[in-house]
Write a protein that binds this ligand. Structure first.
Ligand code: SAH
Length: 366
């Protein structure tokens, strides 16, 4: 018999069920599973807070649901607007802490009209990966988020938008390692994508990972989302020095797995994004750029350079802009798609690697 996830109230966390699990749950409480779709829709599109608001099912069904399940919403703990338009949302969770989502209006147009509204979503409270340069890792893993909390970040941030705005892209690049919370991630991804739920195309969803290889392979076979890998280094020793996961899954195995992934029918025509945090004097030389082209040569890929966001807890420095630009120019001249990630939300500690340090003042980038 299926065990359904429960909330601290002891009732089933109905928002942590995907559509097929919801059907099973309904059967278990004697509601015909055919009603799953309208209940799913009421929860995710009508944003109901009480089952009695679902007017497409009977009063008897309301009662059965009320007795056995709850509709969970994240508790908003704070909202920090950045001068650059980015907004950081803090959510208090029953596991005992605070997690974060970052809303980033993006524009490719000169007039600054935001044609993309990207939400950076957390998958865990803290993180177990302990990459040496990342502040979220300092917390260690405090807890896995429930599917209701992962998909809920998107639903609840959407509810704060004006009627002509919608979240167009989701990046699983907030706190945590999404593939370390695999089962909840997959349920949340199904809810993000479903037409009767959050209606985001899988092509607009990116899962970013340090490269937990078995889970990475499994995910790419299961759901055709975009994949981003935090690479950050070009040799085994260099990556091991900053990303402890390399001791478990070597750089070689990571790259081989990426080759496999890009050949899957699910991923045909896609490129893997490699995120490369640039740290001064560590991985920012043109030799690094050259090695990068060598190790990625068999993988249809894009490279996203992330100039390091400095903070008082680390002596790591951001390379000069010219250095980052020269690195990019080298890659582009050899035929690579290579972008430089603009730093967003630095004044509210919402930039990459700063999540979890909510109230700390971060040095402004030069
Ligand atoms: N655990 C996943 C999801 C987090 S994404 C992953 O590692 O991919 C967060 C991204 O921010 C990662 O690419 C990470 O390498 C990068 N990052 C961490 N600290 C940073 C910092 N101080 N400056 C810039 N990027 C950083």
């Amino acid at each position: 018999m299926t065990v359904f996830p429960t909330l601290p109230s002891g009732k089933v966390d109905i928002k942590s069920l995907d559509l097929s699990m919801l059907g099973e749950f309904l059967s278990s409480i004697d509601i015909p599973s055919e009603k799953a779709l309208r209940i799913y829709q009421a929860i995710w599109q009508k944003h109901i807070r009480n089952f009695s608001e679902i007017n497409t099912i009977s009063k008897q069904d309301h009662r059965k649901l009320e007795q056995t399940a709850d509709i969970y919403f994240l508790e908003r703990h704070g909202l920090f607007p950045s001068i650059d338009g980015t907004q950081k949302f803090l959510w208090k969770i029953p596991q005992g802490g605070v997690i974060e989502s970052v809303l980033i209006p993006e524009s490719d147009r000169p007039n600054g009209y935001a044609d993309r509204l990207t939400l950076c979503v957390s998958s865990q409270w803290g993180c177990a990966m302990r990459c040496s340069f990342c502040l979220t890792g300092d917390l260690g893993l405090k807890g896995h988020l429930w599917a209701s909390q992962i998909a809920g970040q998107i639903q609840q941030v959407s509810q704060t938008l004006q009627s002509n705005q919608r979240i167009t892209n989701v990046v699983m690049m907030g706190m945590g390692e999404p593939l370390h919370n695999y089962d909840q991630l997959v349920i949340a991804l199904r809810t993000m994508n479903h037409n009767c739920a959050l209606r985001l195309s899988n092509r607009k969803i990116t899962v970013s990972s340090v490269g937990l290889l078995p889970a990475l392979l499994r995910l790419t076979r299961e759901i055709p989302v975009n994949i981003a890998i935090s690479l950050n280094a070009t040799t085994e020793e260099q990556r091991r020095a900053v990303m402890p996961i390399t001791k478990k899954y070597s750089l070689r195995d990571l790259l081989d797995t990426c080759v496999t992934i890009t050949k899957l029918p699910n991923q045909r025509g896609r490129r893997i994004t490699f995120e490369y945090v640039m740290m001064k004097g560590f991985n920012d030389s043109l030799e690094d750029a050259k090695r990068l082209t060598e190790i990625l040569k068999d993988i249809p890929s894009k490279i996203n350079l992330i100039p390091y966001n400095e903070n008082p807890d680390r002596d790591i420095l951001r390379p000069a802009f010219e250095q980052v630009k020269a690195f990019q120019t080298y890659l582009v001249s050899r035929g690579w798609y290579c972008s430089i990630r603009t730093t967003r939300g630095i004044d509210i500690s919402a930039a990459c690697g700063q999540l979890g340090k909510a109230f700390q003042i971060i040095k402004q980038p030069t």
